[in-house]
Design a protein around this ligand. Structure first.
Ligand code: PMT
Length: 399
């Protein structure tokens, strides 16, 4: 999603400055064009040459003395986003008060696109009232501040102040560059598997990792939507800027979906909800007994089908996990559950469906059309799905 984007990475003089090499490398791998600006203090920690090699592009070290004198206005006009990684307390203070003693601070004043600031410093400095106040000022001015992580700091202290890893910052950058075309809409998204208990330590579940549903939630958030994510148990980190509700069973998921349904404009049911649950849940751990046992199952409610019966203005999107006859089954689900759109995936394909980072899907529309997407990252699939949702929504489909 960063392909062709022009990003300036500003590096200030903290011990974490060396991590800028990793961020630049990460952004280059995502095919962004990267230029780097180093403050004088940053050059005490890292050589411009290292960054020039990784960025495969120019590195700027001052207002004067480089090949180009006063390059700040050109850099401001020609680039899409400025990220300060890491941002020291000193730089944050200067920025908060509009001071511009060097190239990076003048660039910040001239820059009119999105600005991402990643503070990194000792916990005592980070929690100092002056730094808190300065960061609040920057946020109020519209800058995106990525909070530092908690852990062991360079000086040996443990606390909040660690620079977040490049992948986290790259996701924030990606989000900042996406058009906010879902602003004003509320999306209710479900993700992950459900767990249906047999006894206090055993359950029936499936292989859903939650990656696809979380990608839909993150992409919608990045496009300005308010997002409620109802998630079965997953190992994924809590996505910032999203109301996350964790559940275990299909019945609990159904209860939460119903709680949030009225406020939703769009519902995307990506969760792999268990169709059945054990009829009896043993209150005690089941003991080993005879060589064969039989477990009876009862059907869970079909949450999506219930929504399809009761929907009013909501746009309803289902997923269909198939192992053959994908389009025919997806169309049958669209009809049976009264949906507006179905995302069909053939979960036997390599790089598709459960657990994979990529997916291979067909978007199946109510009017019989379908769109086959090439294999792509789940976050990209999510954006293509949101494009389709927005198209239906704008077309006044429900009016
Ligand atoms: O989580 P990942 O590892 O990233 O994997 C992604 C995925 C394969 C889980 C996802 O892409 C996907 O296909 N999700 C739907 C899985 C599924 O349950 O499909 P289904 O064909 O059984 O159900 C059809 C639709 O009805 C789904 O939208 C499902 O959420 C919904 N449903 C199903 C059963 C039930 N009791 N209630 C429901 O609401």
């Amino acid at each position: 999603m960063l392909e062709g984007k022009k990003i300036v990475v500003g590096v200030t003089g903290g011990i974490a400055a060396y991590k800028a090499v990793e961020l630049v490398s990460h952004l280059r791998a995502a095919r962004a064009a990267v230029k780097v600006v180093l403050t004088r203090a940053a050059q005490e920690f890292i050589q411009p040459l290292t960054l020039r090699v990784v960025a495969e592009n120019e590195v700027y070290t001052g207002l004067f003395g480089g090949a180009e004198v006063l390059p700040h206005i050109r850099l401001a006009l020609e680039n899409d986003l400025l990220v300060i990684y890491p941002a020291t307390a000193n730089f944050i203070g200067q920025a908060a008060w509009g001071l511009a003693p060097d190239l990076l601070s003048t660039l910040l004043l001239a820059f009119q696109g999105p600005v991402v600031i990643c503070p990194a410093m000792n916990v005592r400095m980070y929690t100092n009232a002056a730094v808190r106040e300065n960061l609040r000022r920057l946020q109020e001015r519209g800058y995106i501040v990525v909070p530092p992580e908690t852990g062991r700091l360079a000086c040996g202290d443990v606390g909040t102040g660690r620079l977040p890893p490049p992948a986290v910052v790259a996701e924030v950058i990606q989000g900042a560059l996406v058009p906010k075309d879902l602003t004003g809409l509320t999306l209710l998204v479900t993700a992950g598997p459900t767990r249906e208990p047999l006894d206090p330590v055993r359950y029936i579940t499936n292989r859903s990792s939650g990656k696809m549903g979380y990608a839909v939630a993150r992409a919608a958030r990045d496009r300005g939507a308010r997002v409620v994510l109802i998630s079965g148990p997953t190992a994924l980190p809590e996505p910032p800027g999203i109301s996350l509700i964790r559940v275990n069973t299909a019945l609990a998921m159904r209860e939460e979906v119903w709680k949030h349904f009225d406020a939703a404009d769009v519902v995307v049911m990506c969760a792999a909800v268990s169709d059945y649950r054990p009829k009896q849940v043993s209150p005690e751990k089941m003991k080993k007994g005879p060589p064969e046992i039989t477990v009876e199952f009862v059907q869970n409610p079909d949450i999506l089908a219930e929504l399809g019966e009761r929907k009013r203005r909501q746009l309803l999107v289902g997923f269909a996990a198939e192992t053959g006859n994908v389009l025919a089954y997806a169309r049958a689900k669209l009809e049976a559950k009264n949906l507006d759109l179905v995302v069909a995936n053939d979960v036997r394909q390599e790089g598709a469906g459960f657990e994979a980072d990529t997916n291979l899907v067909w978007l199946v529309f109510r009017d019989g059309r379908f769109l086959e997407l090439p294999r792509m990252d789940k976050y990209q699939v999510a954006h293509r799905l949101l494009d389709a949702i927005l198209g239906i929504w704008k077309g006044g489909y429900r009016e």
